[in-house]
Design a protein around this ligand. Structure first.
Ligand code: TEU
Ligand code: CA
Length: 557
């Protein structure tokens, strides 16, 4: 099978607000991204996914869009974005935009019209329901950002649905005019040169039209559950494929919070003509207590066996029936060395060990800004955080439910909260890490004097040099894109080891994901092997891997 461009690609995610500020207002901007295109080219990435840059009231950092055809002035102008597309293309770098199609901002023209009355052209663009006879919400659905998923509007004497903030009303995909409106937006940006889409919570677009109460095992007032994979989801995605993705040849990677490896094929098997790839959340849940009322704030130590099991299942399930999107970090996830590794004692080693494991798999690797220099979680206090998810969940769980203490919530926030990834990019050791000459919109991680691009590039142990090597392998070694996959030692609680094979070549990819030496007896069969990559400069094939030691070895058969 001939490969699509994205199957040989490494994609870099930019969170524009925190990337580089060029006008001193403390907010990253499009000229900042343009300025760093040579940096990104040098890193070797093939495409950039930009988190939303459209006009937005910023209730959820741009995931609440009020005008899908206009760049938010805080990021620059539409002309700046055109320059970015053109300059990126000149360097052979593709541009992927974030499509937020499950919901808009409440300031979007569609919603402004829709909320006015029950009988205008836009009345049915959103999901409106009558109150219950006692005036309360239509059902017990909860918002991801706390409280009910329904907000009452007196002008209509009805509630509208929002899975996220009240400022993020859910679109009514049952309405064909809504669907065509979204496809129009996609074609508009295609005309400007955009190459593909990352689709925000795309699996939430179809809702059960009976709007049944969610099961309520913990006896809560509002329950967040069953937001994905609604009855018409596949139909809607297939329609989008026919209307836009196929005729305009746009790449797609959909966010799919509930997808498990068994059902992933339904979204990404090419024969079904839906999406190219999906982001699963399954492997993001390997450090939480299952079934806990506090959800993702009920943190637990990393379960390496579960991580291996999940990633291996995805490798096997999608072989010849789809393609994996490989990621550990993004703007909703914490920094891997802090979350799963040891940022204090083994920052370089643990960052590169997890990178080796991820980039050795079949699929398209995604790198989140700062990941390539091993950025870490800041140890903030509660007052320092900005994120609406964190604030609303604190209110709900600590102050209303009393199901977690303030101290434990803070501990969890430092471990897994979304803000960990959103601190400004650390370019150098000058004031504000070189991110801005002004006051940054969000506190720079105090470790920037040590952890920054300039320092990393000079360092003997350079995380970015290691990432460059991984990206180079992805571009030159067919075994990474096509080779078979076999997980070894599935039950070992510390070692992540697997083999890839193609055309008489075998690669052993092995990492010790612990802080102590671990025996790996099978290495004795690899004494003659060629070392493709390693993260300890004095690596020799022995039968022990040191803390977070990682290696890729090659044998000809
Ligand atoms: O995320 C969807 C989503 O499920 C997360 O918000 C979730 O709450 C978090 O990852 C913890 O599990 C997408 C965007 O990536 C996110 O930034 C937005 O806030 C959200 O949709 C709403 O648009
Ligand atoms: Ca700026």
């Amino acid at each position: 099978m001939t490969k699509q461009w994205w199957q040989n690609a490494v994609i870099y995610q930019i969170y524009p607000k925190s990337f580089l500020d060029t006008n001193g207002d403390g907010i990253g901007d499009l000229p900042g991204i343009i300025k760093k295109l040579d940096y990104l080219k040098d890193l070797g990435v093939d495409a950039l996914w930009l988190s939303p840059i459209y006009q937005s009231p910023q209730v959820d950092n741009g995931y609440d869009i009020s005008d899908y055809r206009r760049i938010d002035p805080m990021f620059g102008t539409n002309a700046d974005f055109q320059t970015l597309i053109d300059q990126a293309h000149r360097r052979g770098i593709k541009i992927i935009m974030d499509l937020v199609a499950n919901h808009t901002s409440d300031q979007a023209a569609w919603f402004q019209a829709s909320q006015k009355s029950r009988d205008n052209y836009f009345s049915d663009f959103y999901i409106w329901r009558d109150p219950k006879p006692d005036g309360s919400e239509p059902n017990n659905w909860g918002s991801n950002f706390g409280g009910s998923a329904w907000t009452y509007v007196p002008a209509r004497q009805q509630y509208y649905l929002h899975y996220y903030a009240p400022g993020q009303p859910d679109l009514n995909w049952e309405n064909p005019l809504v669907r065509q409106g979204i496809y129009d937006i996609m074609r508009y940006w295609k005309a400007h040169g955009v190459d593909g889409w990352r689709m925000d919570v795309i699996t939430s677009i179809s809702k059960d039209q009976n709007f049944p109460d969610n099961p309520n095992p913990h006896g809560l007032k509002y329950v967040v559950a069953n937001q994905n994979d609604g009855p018409r989801m596949h139909e809607f995605i297939q329609e989008m494929h026919q209307e836009v993705l196929k005729p305009f040849q746009m790449m797609s990677v959909g966010e799919s919070p509930d997808a498990k490896s068994q059902d992933a094929r339904l979204l990404v098997d090419p024969s079904r003509e839906e999406l190219d790839m999906i982001f699963t959340f399954e492997h993001m849940h390997v450090d939480r207590q299952p079934g806990d009322v506090n959800g993702r704030w009920a943190v637990a130590p990393l379960d390496v066996v579960a991580l291996k099991h999940i990633l291996a299942n995805w490798q096997n399930a999608l072989r010849d029936h789809g393609w994996n999107a490989l990621y550990f970090e993004n703007h909703d996830r914490a920094r891997t060395p802090s979350r799963w590794g040891d940022a204090k004692h083994f920052r370089y080693e643990s960052t590169t060990a997890f990178a080796t494991i991820l980039h050795g798999l079949q699929g398209t690797p995604f790198i989140y800004q700062g990941e390539e220099i091993g950025m870490t979680n800041p140890d903030f206090e509660l007052k320092d955080y900005e994120d609406i998810e964190l604030k609303t969940n604190y209110q709900k769980l600590v102050q209303d439910n009393h199901s977690i203490s303030a101290a434990d919530f803070l501990k969890a926030a430092r471990q897994i909260s979304r803000d960990n990834a959103r601190t400004p990019m650390q370019w150098n050791a000058t004031s504000q890490a070189g991110f801005t000459t002004g006051r940054p919109w969000f506190t720079v991680n105090p470790d920037y004097l040590k952890v920054n691009v300039a320092a990393d590039q000079q360092a003997a142990q350079s995380v970015s040099r290691y990432y460059k090597a991984l990206i180079h392998l992805r571009h030159t070694q067919a075994i990474l894109t096509d080779g078979s996959f076999d997980l070894l030692l599935p039950k070992d609680p510390h070692l992540f080891v697997y083999q890839r094979q193609l055309a008489g070549k075998t690669w052993l990819i092995a990492a010790n994901l612990s802080t102590t030496d671990q025996d790996l007896a099978l290495l004795k069969d690899w004494r003659q092997a060629k070392v493709i990559l390693n993260n300890y400069s004095d690596f020799e094939v022995a039968t022990t891997l040191r803390p977070y030691e990682a290696v890729i070895l090659e044998k000809e058969s």
